[in-house]
Structure formats: C-alpha cells, structure tokens
Design a protein around this ligand. Structure first.
Ligand SMILES: NC(=O)c1ccc[n+]([C@@H]2O[C@H](COP(=O)([O-])OP(=O)(O)OC[C@H]3O[C@@H](n4cnc5c(N)ncnc54)[C@H](OP(=O)(O)O)[C@@H]3O)[C@@H](O)[C@H]2O)c1
Length: 249
C-alpha cells in the first residue's frame, strides 16, 4: 500500500494554521498532498507551519474566510499556485457562546459569516476547479448531537446545524452532477485555542471528567478522520456527518 496515497492532490484548508486545521494540513502533507494553509490574522503561525511542512508542500494564504471577497482571493491564489483543487476543507469557525437573550445582531452576523456564509461561498467559488473524484469536508460539531447542551451553545449550534444540512443536500447534488463527495466531521471537545480560550482549568477538568474517556480530544484525532474521509478508502462515503468524539454522543 502506498505511504503517500494523496500524492498529486491539492488541498485547501481554511483556518489551516492552527488547531484542527493545522493538524489536518500536517496529516494530508504526510500522505503526499500539497496544502494551501489559509489563515486570518496571525501570519507568523501560518509561516511557521509552512516552514515545518516544507515550502514545496504547503502554501500560506491570508484571506478572510468569512467573506465572499476573501474566499475568492483564496481560490484565486490556490489556482495561481497549484492549478486545481482536489480537497476542500472549509474549517475556520468561531465558537460564540451566547444564549438567545444575550446574542446581538453583530454576534449573529459574525458567527454565521465565518461558520456558514464562508463555507457556502467557498464551495461555490472552488467548484469550477474541482474535478470528479474530489472531496469536500465541512466541519460541524458534536454539540448538535449531544443529549444535553447548555444555552450558550444556541447560536453556535444554529450555525453548525446549517452545515449539517448543507452537507446533506450538497452531497446529493454534487455527486450526481460532478462526482464530488461531500461529508462533514463533527468533533467533540478538542484541545484547540477555540475550545480552550476563556475556560478555567476547573471547567476543563469537569468537561474531561464527564467524558466516557475522561479526557478532551486532540486535534490530531480529528485530523485523522478528515484524512480518512478524503482518501480513496472512503470512496463510497458521502452525505455523512461523522461524529468524532470518543463516544460522547
Ligand atoms: N475545538 C473544538 O472543540 C471543536 C469542536 C467542534 C467543532 N470545532 C470546529 O472545528 C473548526 C476548527 O476549530 P479549531 O478549534 O481548530 O479552531 P482554532 O484552533 O481556534 O483555529 C482557528 C483557525 O481559524 C483561523 N481563522 C479565524 N478566523 C478566520 C478568518 N476570518 N479567516 C480565515 N481564517 C480564520 C485562525 O487563523 P488566525 O489565528 O490567523 O486568525 C486559525 O488558523 C471550527 O469550525 C470549529 O467550529 C471545534
């Protein structure tokens, strides 16, 4: 079996410089893909990752993944550099913890823009450059499936619910029309900036303690599932939201 099953493939990952995105970029490069690492503000983190992965294998592109002009810039830069897109991972997201009473219009727009609008229009802009056999992986959350969930997840879950429906409908449309598979990965709590930010150790311990495995997931564990679903071994997997959470939900 090849150790580089993704050789010749070009992947685009929004929010690819940190957390789940960076772990995914690392695993895809280790399987032979070349990866476009999109990021928002932190150029040094993106450049550090590119230098670790090798400039022949990874290419950093600053672009706002929440805006149409940003995703257009990302697609244009990718095509200028690599000429095609085989794997599209609209991963960048925002966890805005707001219940319905405290949510402002600005919170709503900011969160929907990065979690839903960006992925939607990135797919639209990338599609002309994606051939049959390509793969799209959207990022949902296990919070959409947990039997208990707290009120501050209201806005976030509304955005990720939209991602699940996008996955469901797009998968039918794009496999039929273009031979492109569409799936989503729904991570459980995973140790990244997005999840850890603002949570005291006591809260983290409580979350880990409530988990059947008594720990929080690692970005590499989510990345491994993404690497599986974009590979040939998942050639008959489409339209699925795959929960990756150590049995939490
Ligand atoms: N971590 C979890 O527990 C968890 C659980 C379920 C689902 N998820 C989902 O997994 C995805 C990745 O989350 P994560 O935890 O890996 O996040 P993270 O560690 O906070 O990483 C965020 C990444 O997104 C980039 N980014 C932020 N705003 C951006 C923008 N407007 N345009 C382009 N890039 C932007 C950041 O780059 P800069 O720093 O340069 O801006 C960084 O590369 C999200 O969709 C999240 O909802 C995470």
């Amino acid at each position: 079996m090849s150790t580089t099953p993704l050789a010749g493939k070009v992947a685009v990952i929004t929010g690819g410089s940190k957390g789940i995105g960076a772990a995914t970029a690392t695993q895809l490069v280790s399987r032979g893909a070349r990866v476009v690492v999109n990021y928002g503000r932190d150029t040094s983190a993106a450049e550090k990752l590119v230098s670790t992965l090798g400039a022949d294998n990874a290419y950093a592109v600053q672009a706002d993944a929440a805006s149409i002009s940003g995703v257009e810039k990302l697609v244009k830069s990718t095509i200028e550099k690599f000429g095609k897109i085989d794997i599209l991972i609209p991963n960048a997201g925002l966890l805005t913890l707001k219940d319905v009473e405290s949510c402002t219009e600005e919170d709503f727009d900011r969160t929907f823009n990065i979690n839903v609008k960006g992925p939607f229009f990135l797919v639209q802009k990338a599609l002309p450059y994606m051939a049959a056999g390509s793969s799209i992986v959207l990022i949902s959350t296990t919070q959409c499936y947990a039997s208990t969930v707290s009120a501050p997840y209201t806005l976030y879950c509304a955005t990720k619910g939209a991602i699940d429906q996008l996955t469901r409908v797009l998968s039918k449309d794009l496999l039929a029309k273009k031979g492109i598979r569409v799936n989503a990965i729904a991570p459980g709590p995973t140790a990244t900036d997005l999840f850890l930010e603002g949570k005291p150790q006591q809260v983290l311990d409580a979350i880990a303690g409530a988990h059947p495995g008594k720990r929080i997931g690692k970005p590499e564990e989510i990345a491994a599932s993404i690497a599986y679903v974009v590979g040939d071994g998942a050639s008959w997997v489409s339209g699925q939201t795959i929960k990756v959470n150590g049995g939490l939900a």
